[in-house]
Structure formats: C-alpha cells, structure tokens
Design a protein around this ligand. Structure first.
Ligand SMILES: NC(=O)c1ccc[n+]([C@@H]2O[C@H](COP(=O)([O-])OP(=O)(O)OC[C@H]3O[C@@H](n4cnc5c(N)ncnc54)[C@H](O)[C@@H]3O)[C@@H](O)[C@H]2O)c1
Length: 274
C-alpha cells in the first residue's frame, strides 16, 4: 500500500465491474476508506470482500444512480459507517450503453441512457453536497482553511459523436458541461471537478456482443477498433481498466490539487482529444 489517498473517504459508483471496480482496488491500495456502490449487489459484494480481505477498508451500498434517495443513502454512509460528515473524493463511474441508429432510437432508449449516465452523475453530485460543499464551508468557519476535495466524472471520446450512440454521446457530452459548471461553482470551496474521457477500454461494454445481449460491440466493429488503435495510436491492444483508474487516481489525489474543470482524454492516442 502507498499513501496517495491516506485518510481520505472516497465514494465510487459503478464499483461492481470494469473501470469502477479497478478504481476501487487502486484506491484501496492507496489507503482510502471506501464507500462503494453499484446497482448490482453480487459484483458489488465481491469487490467489497476482496478489498477487505486484503487489508483494505470498504463498505458497499446498493444504489441505482437514477434514484435520488439511493444516492443520498450512499453519501450518508460517510457518517453512518465512517463517522465523518466529510467526503473527500467522489468518482462518478456508473454508466452504460444502449446503442441504436438514431432513426431506430425510441424516446425510451434516449431517456434510459441520459437518466443513468448524465442525470445519475448530477444526482450523486447533489447528494454529496452536504458532505463536500457544506463540509468545506463549516471547515472554513472553524479553521479558516479548507482542504481539497475532488469530483471525477466519466465522459468518453464518444462525446465527439459516434455512430449508433446518439443517446450515449449526448450523455457524455453533457457530463463535460456539468463538470465544468461544478468546477466553477465549487472552486470557492476547494472542490476540484474534472472528467476523464476514455477511448475503447476492455470491459463488458466493449466485449464482442453476444446473441441477445445489450452490451458490447458487433464483432466487425470490435476488429476495426483494434486495428485503428494499432495503426494510429500507441503500440497497444485495447486499453485496460487500469489505464483509466490511474488517471482517476491522479484527479482524486493531491497531485492534481491545482487542476479543475478539465477533460482528459485517455485513449492511447487513437483519436484527437476532446
Ligand atoms: N469501456 C469503455 O470503453 C468506456 C469508454 C468510455 C467511457 N466509459 C465509461 O466508463 C464507465 C464505466 O464503464 P465500464 O466500461 O467499466 O462498464 P461496466 O459495465 O464494466 O461497469 C459499469 C458498472 O456500472 C453499473 N451500473 C449500471 N447502471 C447503473 C445504475 N443505474 N446505477 C448504479 N450503477 C450502475 C453496472 O452494474 C456496472 O457494474 C461508464 O460511465 C462508461 O460509460 C467506458
């Protein structure tokens, strides 16, 4: 264990799988006290028990980020489980795809993705307000100083537009506007708010789509992506969840305490930056 997040209380959404789970493991190694959440209990419980059995400190709260009450329950774990009224890090990682060409996309398809990716991020930031913005105000009143807290949101290179992803691209572009607004509104309270925009990362969202499954890429597209990465980007295969988790850690730690309102593309050089 090293100490980049020592004594920090960190909330991670979407911690049951993929980028969220890998971020949870990395934050645990760096000494954070973790409040982990996911809509799916089983993978969430697995993440929590792996961390605790290897000497970390994590609790799990099942939460659907589209539900305000669930998000509030997650943040209240800071006081209920860790006895503190302050959250240092909020990593909004929960997200999903539901791809269709725009002429086939129903309003339901649209609202489903906007609801989880964009409104879910908004819900968690609002629910964290008493533990971040309000906590900072109280700290300043008491001590005259405010420590740095950080919010990290997950955008995507799809925010620049991507075939079959009108709903997803709009949600991820919306996250950029949300990130930059929170950065401006809460700068006064030493709360940084930055976004990471991953390229193609190997998780269930980018696996070859199986018959009848909602997630994943058609095999042909997946091969195209793989070729594109090799030909135009770093000499690598698809990115791994660790590639994103390391950048989330940078934004969560004091290494980036003078950085806010930024969107960092992490795509192995495959495409232009956002
Ligand atoms: N994999 C990629 O190539 C890629 C690229 C760009 C951005 N992203 C973003 O990274 C984030 C993580 O995705 P991933 O690739 O690790 O996918 P993943 O499917 O492996 O993990 C996402 C997690 O979010 C959880 N989740 C889904 N809906 C939820 C809800 N309503 N409430 C709470 N939790 C919910 C899932 O249960 C899952 O455990 C997402 O925001 C995604 O859009 C991924």
């Amino acid at each position: 264990m090293s100490n980049l997040l020592k004594n920090k209380v960190a909330v991670i959404t979407g911690a049951g799988r993929g980028i969220g789970q890998t971020t949870a493991f990395l934050f645990a190694k760096e000494g954070a006290k973790l409040i982990l959440s996911d809509i799916d209990k089983e993978p969430l419980d697995e993440t929590v028990s792996k961390i605790n059995s290897s000497g970390g400190n994590a609790i799990g709260v099942v939460c659907d980020v589209t539900k305000k009450d669930d998000c509030e329950k997650v943040m209240k774990s800071a006081s209920n489980d860790f006895g503190t009224s302050s959250i240092d890090v909020l990593a909004n990682i929960a997200g999903i795809t539901h791809d269709k060409m725009i002429h086939k996309m129903t309003l339901e398809d649209w609202n489903f993705i906007i609801g989880i990716n964009l409104t879910g991020t908004f819900n968690c930031i609002q629910a964290a307000e008493p533990f971040m913005r309000q906590a900072a105000k109280e700290e300043e009143d008491k001590t005259g100083k405010i420590k740095t807290r950080s919010i990290i949101n997950i955008s995507s290179i799809s925010a620049m537009g991507n075939v079959g992803q009108a709903n997803y691209a709009a949600s991820k572009a919306g996250i950029i506007g949300l990130t930059k607004t929170v950065a401006k509104e809460w700068a006064r309270f030493n709360i940084t708010c930055n976004a990471v925009a991953p390229g193609y990362i190997e998780t269930r969202l980018t696996q070859v789509r199986k018959e009848g499954e909602d997630f994943g890429l058609p095999e042909k597209q997946r091969q195209m992506v793989s070729t594109m990465i090799k030909e135009t980007g770093l000499n690598r295969e698809l990115g791994q969840p660790e590639d994103i988790a390391k950048v989330i850690l940078f934004f969560a730690s004091d290494l980036s305490s003078y950085v806010t309102g930024q969107v960092l593309t992490v795509a192995g050089g495959m495409m232009g930056t956002i």
